[in-house]
Design a protein around this ligand. Sequence first.
Ligand SMILES: [Zn+2]
Length: 263
Amino acid sequence: MTQTIDRNRIEQLVRSAVMASTANGSLDLAALNAAAVNGNSAAKPVSRSSSGVMPKHPPGWVNGKPNLRVSISARHVHLTDEHVEILFGAGSVLEPDKDLYQDGFYAAKQTVMVVGPRRRMLPSVRVLGPTRPFSQVELALTDSISLGINAPVRHSGQIEGTPGCVLVGPAGTVQLDQGVIRAARHVHMNFADAEHFGVKNGDIMQLKIKSDGCSVVFEDVLVRADEAAKLEVHIDTDEGNACNLEAASEVLLRKDDCACKSH
Ligand SMILES: [Zn+2]
């Protein structure tokens, strides 16, 4: 893959982007950031699933039951500590702005510009914290089309052989050789949730979303179980829009073991 994006050109782009935003006044910039944060963590309150009888209080349970939440992950970036310093200046760290539903995770105040081939770009992509061992860009298909990057569906962290891009921050740029993906849909849960649904880490589930005129059944929902997680499905903006998640009347999560496979 040849990705020769001229650094001077990128710096020009940044300068003009920054000047455009300050020319609009700080209010606009603040509004822009707020919108992006909401998008990142748009947690949709949704229905709860059936009645497990467990006297314990696992994370996220309400009234002794798993409390299913379906959230849209808007496009976002994960960064290494090193990349945070390159992009935002020596000594910089991510500044938490808004907590995500999963404990310990947050949308940072910082955003970066993501630049694809032929200088197509997404100007303000939210950084999620905490930092990670590898930087990674998670896009919806629509985002990747507008960037001109053919991002494959991958589970988080599985970035071998994926395309790269250039990240631009106020203090510098980072060229990623790989790490641009469409995050595969998945469901976070703790072990009590897993027991409730009869699944384990790595299993595949189905998510049905009932919505007026555009109900969808999502297959291939990967179970990501760990001790501290709260029950939450993550889908991207394209998936959320396809079923108008905002207006969904019902969601149903079930183990993918339908009888059809044994026939
Ligand atoms: Zn997730």
